[in-house]
Design a protein around this ligand. Structure first.
Ligand SMILES: Nc1ncnc2c1ncn2[C@@H]1O[C@H](COP(=O)(O)OP(=O)(O)OP(=O)(O)O)[C@@H](O)[C@H]1O
Length: 326
């Protein structure tokens, strides 16, 4: 069966005063039906740009986006077709919902945009969809400001589901919520996936959240994927020094190893990225060879990693991270 989403060598460049900024720099990946791919990385590494390309908000400069085996095109008909297949949930439910519309109208708006069905049919769809996300008829008659943050995010999810898409792109969908509400929304997404067979591209800077919800994890740094594989493989056999640093900076993980690794400095500018391996300027294992050639993704053990010294790191013979604080 073809993948629900297939990206091939995706490139997104922005023109800036300092030159071309490669926000997404050659990403290829697939998401199968019913699968969640978690995409993780620090702020600025290109996650949102990739999401906007998948949903059609941004246009790629190169490569292709295939949805259900069809290359995503431009024009009105192609946009509507894409909206039926792919919907997006954003970080801030308050900002994403029109404050002047009742919840029922917010949820059914995509039906109107797609020119679907009568008003009474909209009502039925609103009730059905609200129930799927744990909201009742009562909530349909409220205004967004009358709801809690978690309920507002449920409204965003209902709105995203109303056209029966195959793929949901969740961009930091739980990051603005309290931890207990986060867990409820994540579990709701898992239940909906089981019921409807949906695929998710789940984007977050929080690797612990990504691990909880994802079948596979892709770690992104400066517009490229540096490690990708089954969620538990990437977590347990993390090979890329960037993935290791992301995991070691989670407080619970630091407590387990008794070691906190801080990722020093910021992500370098994508206008002028370091030569060779883009992570080398922050990498505790970096050597001269890292400045010379860019490491491509390749299979090492159970998954794929883009690091010249992945075998050494896997064998445990890589140098100890210099920036580890015992
Ligand atoms: N329209 C634009 N013009 C110029 N540069 C842009 C534009 N949009 C994004 N960028 C730059 O592209 C890079 C990737 O941004 P993007 O928002 O995709 O990252 P991100 O990983 O999603 O981070 P965040 O979580 O902070 O949104 C950043 O360096 C950003 O400054």
């Amino acid at each position: 069966m073809s993948a629900v989403l297939k990206l091939t060598d995706l490139q997104v460049h922005h023109d800036t005063a300092r030159g071309a900024l490669r926000a997404v720099d050659g990403i290829s990946l697939e998401i199968a039906r019913g699968e969640t791919l978690g995409l993780v990385g620090e702020s600025g590494c290109g996650k949102s740009t990739l999401a906007r390309c998948v949903t059609g908000i941004d246009k790629p400069n190169g490569g292709s986006v295939e949805i259900e085996g069809v290359t995503a095109g431009r024009g009105k008909a192609a946009r509507l077709q894409r909206a039926r297949n792919v919907q997006m949930i954003f970080q801030d439910p308050s900002g994403a919902l029109n404050p002047r519309l009742q919840v029922e109208r917010i949820i059914t708006e995509p039906l109107s945009v797609a020119g679907e069905e009568s008003r009474s049919a909209h009502r039925t769809r609103a009730i059905e969809t609200a129930r799927k996300v744990g909201l009742s008829d009562y909530h349909l008659e409220r205004m967004p400001h009358e709801l809690s943050g978690g309920q507002r995010q449920r409204v965003s999810i209902a709105r995203a589901l109303v056209l029966n898409p195959n793929l949901l792109v969740c961009d930091e969908a739980v990051s603005a919520l309290d931890v207990s509400v986060q867990a409820q929304v994540l579990n709701l997404l898992l239940d909906i996936q089981k019921e409807l067979g949906l695929s998710y591209l789940f984007i977050s800077h929080d690797l612990a959240v990504v691990r909880y919800i994802s079948h596979r994890i892709a770690v992104m740094y400066l517009g490229r994927i540096v490690e990708i594989g089954a969620a538990e493989d990437v977590w347990a056999s993390r090979l890329h020094p960037y993935t290791q640093a992301l995991i070691h900076s989670i407080p619970e993980e630091a407590a387990k190893t008794g070691r906190t690794v801080t990722l020093e400095g910021d992500v370098p500018s994508p206008v002028n990225p370091p030569s060779g391996c883009a992570f080398r300027t922050r990498c505790p294992f970096a050597r001269a060879a890292c400045a010379e050639a860019r490491p491509e993704l390749r299979a090492v053990g159970s998954h794929e990693v883009a690091c010249h010294f992945a075998e050494e790191i896997a064998a445990g013979s890589g140098a100890e991270p210099e920036r580890a604080h015992g």
